[in-house]
Design a protein around this ligand. Structure first.
Ligand SMILES: *Cc1c(COP(=O)(O)O)cnc(C)c1O
Length: 340
């Protein structure tokens, strides 16, 4: 077996999309596949999303958009952040749709004008004149749909007021959290990322929102050894055995996406949750086994009920950041695509 393997279940992507489309009640679902589909593989996820009824693919960089354009010649692809002038020319040639965040609107390319309704990031705070003919959409982004619904609803209301005179354009502000919690935020389309992957925008168990994790990450014990009292494992001797302790070494480290701040999280060894001990290395981590086990015993890092959200809590971050960090280099964790 490979050092570690990611299995991406496109069937789960399809089921998550169906569940979101059912909730949207007529508004379009747009699939956000930026950052290599949050580490899941943009081309494969985009294909599943399109075949399941997603109407537009959303990315952030020109390179991400061009990779998808090569695979999907007729798909609608929206680049959601501002581009440089030379990039706009490439976007025009490639038939992409672009996001403009100020009053300077390029010609000959389909434009979505971004309004800042409270995120305090990119965007115009109001529309000073009627958008030109090549403006096809008006968009905004929510700062708190996962944590402060009152503020999010104020943003939605501000967006409604600013865009009401242009209701003929495609209006979109919702992300995954808004689709799941704020029905009135959906307007004409919702840009969903995290929920497609069966990850919770709220950091809770995705099953609570009928979402199914798409990613499984597994490895194996590459070596098993017994530490004697006073012996340690890893850099800095941050774990020192107080009694004789069986440990296993798993060939996934922070360069594979198993972050250094995931010490103390648990992985499944023969179906049992066991703690990760010592400092996570670039190429491996150690797990306390509780008993002697054979080399090659399977280790599940994500899957079988062990959630990305569990690791995110230990690392004091969000699930988004964990999966974006996995498999960024295909020479490390191997990615296998299934459609179950
Ligand atoms: C990333 C992103 C989204 C998707 O957000 P999720 O929380 O993953 O659904 C939507 N809109 C914009 C502008 C984004 O950058």
């Amino acid at each position: 077996m490979h050092r570690s393997q990611l299995t991406i279940d496109l069937g789960a992507v399809r089921r998550n999309i169906r569940r979101l489309i059912a909730t949207l009640d007529g508004a379009d679902l747009w699939a956000v596949v930026k950052a290599d589909a949050y580490g899941h593989g943009a081309v494969d996820v985009a294909g599943a999303a399109l075949s399941e009824g997603a109407r537009t693919l959303c990315v952030v960089t020109l390179a991400e958009a061009l990779e998808l354009r090569a695979e999907y010649p007729t798909a609608r692809i929206l680049v959601m952040s501002p581009l440089l002038p030379a990039e706009i020319a490439r976007a025009r040639e490639a038939g992409l749709e672009i996001t403009v965040v100020d009053a300077d609107i390029p010609e000959g390319v389909r434009v979505h004008l971004k309004l800042d309704t409270g995120m305090g990031r990119f965007g115009l705070s109001e529309l000073l004149s009627a958008p030109g003919r090549n403006v096809v959409g008006l968009m905004s982004h929510l700062a708190t749909a996962d944590c402060d619904l009152e503020f999010a609803r104020e943003q939605v209301e501000r967006f409604r007021q600013l865009t009401e005179p242009y209701a003929g354009l495609t209006r979109h502000i919702a992300n995954s959290a808004a689709v799941l919690r704020i029905p009135e935020a959906s307007f004409d389309a919702a840009r969903c990322g995290i929920a497609l992957y069966g990850l919770s925008p709220f950091g809770t168990d995705p099953a609570d929102d009928d979402l199914e994790p798409v990613l499984r990450w597994e490895s194996r014990l590459a070596q098993v050894k017994q530490l004697q009292p006073g012996e340690s494992t890893g850099y800095g001797r941050r774990f020192v055995a107080s009694e004789s302790t069986w440990i296993g070494l798993v060939p996934a480290g922070y360069a594979d996406g198993f972050r250094r701040d995931m010490t103390g999280t648990e992985v499944l060894v023969e179906g049992e949750r066991r703690p990760v001990i010592g400092t996570v290395s670039m190429d491996s981590f150690a797990v306390s086994l509780g008993r002697e086990l054979l080399v090659d015993t399977p280790v599940v890092i994500v899957g079988d009920g062990l959630l990305v959200e569990d690791h995110a809590r230990v690392a004091d971050t969000i699930n988004y950041e964990i999966t974006c960090g996995i498999c960024s280099d295909r020479r490390r964790a191997r990615r296998v695509i299934v459609d179950a």
